[in-house]
Design a protein around this ligand. Structure first.
Ligand code: NAD
Length: 359
C-alpha cells in the first residue's frame, strides 16, 4: 500500500509495483538531516526532493554544492539566504507540496510543533528520537519491529542509544529469550561540532534512576524487562553501553553468541587481532572505510568484550550517535510505504546502497 499522495501524483500511479519512487523531503538539515538526505539520495526506490534549513550556514552551503534543492524552514527568512548569495528553491511549504513523506530532523521538541503542519497537509512524517513517543503512531527500529511501521502515516525512529539496544535485543530475544537486562550507558557529552556543550572535564551521572532509555526500548519491545542507568563523559566520538543480560536459555558457549551478532546485519564485531582497543580505533576504522561522513552506522562489539557465564552474558557495545539512526530512517520510509517484503529485505537494500557490508 503506497501513500495516497503517491497514488494521486499525476502520471505516477503504478500499482503493479513499477519504478515509482517515494519522494522524500528532509526538514532540518543538521547532524541527522544531512546524513539522512545523503542516504535517501542513494536509494533506488526513493527520490530526495529537497532539504530545508532555517538559516544559512556551512551546511546549507554544502547542500547547494551537492545539488540538493534547498528550502527555507520554520521561521527562517529567504532574504537571509539571498543576502549571503545562497540560492534557495523557496519556502518549505513548496517542498512539502512536492513530497510523499517528510523526514523531520529538526532539534529536540521542534518536531512536535512541525507535526501540526504535516497533519494539516496530510503529509506522512518520520520523526527522530528527540521527540516523545506519542509524536507518532509508532516507534520504529528496523531489526526490532519493521512490521509495526507498515502503512503508518507517522513513525518515530528511536534515539541513537535506543536504536543500539533495540538491535542487540532483536538478536538476543530471537536467539535465546531475555529474562532481564541491565545496561549502563556511558554517553558522549556532545557531537564533534557542538563546541558549546560539556562537560569538558568530569563524569556526570544522570540522577533519573532508572534512566529514560529503558522505557524507550519498550516502545519497540513492550515485554522486555530492562533497567538502564547513564553517565555523561567528556568525549564526542561515541557512546558505550555496558551490558549484563540474563538470557532465558543458556547458549552453548560464548562463540555461539558472537556468531549470532556476526550473522546479523548492522553489527560489526572486532576481533582481538584487529587491535581496536576502544572508540578512537573504531572511528579511525570508520575514517579508513569512508562511508557516509566517515560514519559507523553499525553497532560495534568487541569479541574480547563478550563473556558468557551460564545464562548471563556480559558485553560492551559502542554506538556512533551521529549515524546509527540513518539507515533506520530509510527503512522507516520503506515500512511506511510497504516497499519491502520484510525488515531484512529492506535492511539489505538500504545497506547495499550505503556501501555497508552485507551479512
Ligand atoms: P541539529 O541541531 O544538528 O540539527 C537540527 C537542524 O534543524 C538544524 O539544521 C536547524 O537549523 C534545523 N531547524 C531548527 N528549527 C527548525 C524548524 N522549525 N524546522 C525545521 N528545521 C529546523 O540536531 P540533530 O543532532 O540533527 O538532531 C535532530 C533530531 O535527531 C533530534 O530529535 C535529536 O534528538 C535526534 N538525534 C540526534 C542524534 C545526535 O547524536 N545528534 C542522534 C540520534 C537522534
Amino acid at each position: 500500500m503506497l501513500g495516497e499522495r503517491l497514488y494521486s501524483r499525476p502520471g505516477s500511479h503504478d500499482p503493479g509495483g513499477g519504478s515509482v519512487k517515494v519522494r522524500v523531503a528532509i526538514n532540518g538539515y543538521g547532524t541527522i538531516g544531512k546524513r539522512v538526505a545523503d542516504a535517501v539520495s542513494k536509494q533506488p526506490d526513493m527520490e530526495l526532493v529537497g532539504v530545508a534549513k532555517t538559516r544559512p550556514s556551512f551546511e546549507a552551503r554544502r547542500a547547494v554544492e551537492k545539488g540538493y534543492p534547498l528550502y527555507v524552514a520554520g521561521e527562517g527568512k529567504l532574504s537571509d539566504f539571498e543576502a549571503v548569495g545562497l540560492r534557495t528553491a523557496g519556502p518549505v511549504s513548496e517542498l512539502f507540496a512536492k513530497a510523499d513523506v517528510v523526514v523531520d530532523a529538526a532539534p529536540d521538541k521542534v518536531g512536535k510543533e512541525n507535526r501540526k503542519i504535516y497533519e494539516k497537509l496530510g503529509l506522512r512524517a518520520i520523526f527522530q528520537g528527540g521527540e516523545k513517543a506519542d509524536v507518532a503512531e509508532a516507534s520504529f527500529n528496523a531489526l526490532g519491529n519493521f512490521d509495526a511501521g507498515r502503512g503508518k502515516k507517522s513513525l518515530r525512529v528511536v534515539s541513537c542509544n535506543t536504536t543500539g539496544i533495540a538491535r542487540a535485543a532483536a538478536v538476543l530475544i530471537g536467539g535465546w529469550g531475555v529474562d532481564h537486562w541491565e545496561v549502563t550507558l556511558v554517553r558522549r557529552a556532545a557531537d564533534p561540532a557542538e563546541s558549546k556543550k560539556g562537560p569538558l572535564n568530569g563524569i556526570v551521572p544522570t540522577f533519573q534512576l532508572p534512566s529514560h532509555h529503558g522505557p524507550d526500548v519498550r516502545t519497540i519491545f513492550p515485554d522486555l524487562t530492562i533497567a538502564t542507568t547513564a553517565v555523561v563523559v567528556p568525549t564526542t566520538l561515541m557512546h558505550v553501553h555496558v551490558n549484563h543480560v540474563r538470557l532465558r536459555q543458556a547458549p552453548k558457549d560464548t562463540a555461539e553468541i558472537v556468531e549470532a551478532f556476526r550473522r546479523t546485519p548492522r553489527f560489526r564485531i572486532f576481533a582481538p587481532w584487529e587491535h581496536v582497543e576502544g572508540t578512537p580505533q573504531v572511528m579511525e576504522y570508520a575514517r579508513d572505510r569512508g562511508i557516509g561522513f566517515n560514519d559507523m552506522m553499525e553497532n560495534v562489539l568487541w569479541q574480547d568484550g563478550l563473556r558468557l557465564d551460564g545464562r548471563d552474558v556480559y558485553f560492551f557495545q559502542a554506538i556512533h550517535q551521529e549515524s546509527i539512526v540513518v539507515p533506520e530512517n530509510v527503512d522507516a520510509i520503506r515500512a511506511m510505504f510497504d516497499l519491502a517484503p520484510d525488515g531484512r529485505a529492506s535492511i539489505a537494500m538500504t545497506d547495499r546502497a550505503l556501501g555497508l557490508s552485507q551479512t
